[in-house]
Design a protein around this ligand. Structure first.
Ligand SMILES: [Zn+2]
Length: 269
């Protein structure tokens, strides 16, 4: 899947821009391009959940194919820079992740942080903003579906959820989606294992601040690490989400604010 001559910081999967759905994979890739080498980490660390959301790229590609929606996925590891953080977030470049020290990040100063923002973070977010502009211009308001995955165990404790829905304040898609996934017998975390209110994250910037309905789904990684599992989950998610998009409340911008607060958009670009 990786083309060594392709240095783009994201992949764009073209789709129906008037279809009312945009899919995002912020942590889809564990790619670390030159000159960053392996960030000083053993190869095995770059295959772990700390480097990316295992299974998400396959899941997003399958979801895009099933729904016809356009999608954007990152092509850089979150260990380089975390696409789902605001530019001002202190955890944008992590020096330590789940017990692993990241040697390649130890000496990151303001200039290097800025270099990574400009090479990876900003182009991805500019692509999202531009695509949303085009989708709105079709006359159909897009809903945004953000796909992540979480590790089955954290600090030695198993996690009981098959999947999770993380959200801030806009519950338009959240409540019916929670009910529909649970009706299928799935154990669904409601803002567990993480709280979805994260200052200036991807969904704040591109959905909350623009009044767009949105849904952040996390799938437990053992369900989607193999392609067959990711494809089954793509079918389930498409079956749950697509009927909800026809509801009238999804077709109008509505502003719910954020429990985490947020920068004004002029500052954050
Ligand atoms: Zn993620």
């Amino acid at each position: 899947m990786q083309d060594p001559t392709n240095d783009a910081p994201f992949a764009f999967l073209a789709g129906n821009e008037a279809g009312g759905l945009l899919i995002l994979g912020d942590h889809a890739s564990n790619r670390v391009p030159p000159p960053y080498g392996d960030l000083g980490l053993p190869a095995a660390e770059l295959e772990r959940h700390i480097a990316y959301d295992i299974g998400v790229e396959t899941l997003v590609r399958r979801l895009a194919a099933l729904t016809g929606a356009p999608a954007l996925v990152t092509r850089f590891s979150r260990l380089l820079i975390d696409a789902n953080r605001g530019e001002d977030d202190p955890t944008l470049v992590m020096r330590l992740s789940d017990g692993a020290i990241v040697p390649g990040n130890a000496g990151v100063d303001a200039a290097e942080r800025q270099r990574r923002i400009e090479r990876f973070h900003r182009p991805y977010h500019a692509a999202i903003a531009g695509l949303i502009d085009r989708m709105i211009a079709t006359g159909t308001l897009p809903a945004i579906l953000s796909v992540h995955s979480f590790t089955p165990a954290w600090k030695g404790v198993s996690r009981p959820w098959d999947m999770a829905i993380l959200w801030d304040s806009d519950d338009r898609l959240v409540r019916p989606a929670l009910a529909a996934f649970r009706a299928r017998g799935l154990t669904v975390g409601d803002n567990e294992p993480y709280d979805g209110a994260l200052r200036n994250d991807t969904l704040y910037r591109h959905a909350t601040a623009r009044g767009l309905p949105h849904l952040l789904i996390e799938v437990r990684q053992d369900h989607i690490a193999e392609a067959a599992g990711a494809e089954r989950w793509a079918e389930t998610i498409a079956e749950v989400v697509m009927p909800l998009l026809t509801r009238p409340e999804m077709r109008q911008a509505a502003f719910f604010g954020s429990r985490a607060g947020g920068l004004d958009r002029a500052k954050n670009g």
